[in-house]
Design a binder for this molecule. Sequence first.
Ligand code: ZN
Length: 313
Amino acid sequence: MKTWWKLLVTSSLIIVSQCVLAWGAKGHHIIAELASERLLPATQSTVSILLGGESLTAAATWADEMRSSTDNPLFWAEHAAQWHFVNLAPGLDYANSPKHPRGDAIVALETFTAILLDQPLPSGPVTAALLDYFAGADLHSADAKRFALKFALHILGDLQQPLHAGYADDRGGNAVSVVWRGEATNLHTLWDSKLLDYSSLDEATHVRRLRSRIERTPTSDISVMQRSDPAAWLDESAEMLERIHSHDNEAGNLGDAYAAQFVPTVESQLVKGALRTAWFLNNLFGGWPVATAPAADGQIRQTLGDQPAAKAD
Ligand SMILES: [Zn+2]
């Protein structure tokens, strides 16, 4: 996993500030449901043990549900609330961008990864907040790992919502007022859920449509889409932001034409979210990347370096 984070640190992306949820429950459920179908047996069994039998789909929205928890509200409202997004600043890469003092989605994902892999925790605001939350207990305990898995799962979905790598000055579109099909809302909410609801399809139908889309996608394209480092995902978001914000001056008039342009983007991001979530979990728990074909001797080629080769059974 070291390569993964090295790529992150050296990549040129732009981070600034914003806030709030990301996909609504529907988006998170679709991503997790499709991801769960791509888990390797070893991954499936570890995930099932850690989640105590709860499904990946149900667990995917836990981090949002806890935002209004009355159990340690200071932790959930002030610390963990920062871990759903990153802040992009034009012209600066992640390493050079100002960081939120309480951490962000990238720092949190790195910390949760270390918890799940039994590695030493990085020093910083996320680890400090978690030590406080768990009252100094072992952060590699089963409880802490369950927490880390659920939150990491959620972040992997959130990071595919382009406005979760949005601009600081408009809080990731939360401060951009728009009128969507006659209803006053804001740009962030439009992207969280309203574009996904445009088709009026229910969750199960979305899952079916996107599953069939994944099945029709060539393996080589899937490999590209599940690109392994979050820095690359955020670079994609930064590119999408320009297109998204180019419509800001039409704020009174967003409707069918906007949907025609951006609903396909939302669907692509959900597909990427599913592929990337599965890839991430398979590398954590399954021992090999999901897109890697088994070799003739039944062993799977190992590409991440730090994990043992696993049997394909
Ligand atoms: Zn969220």
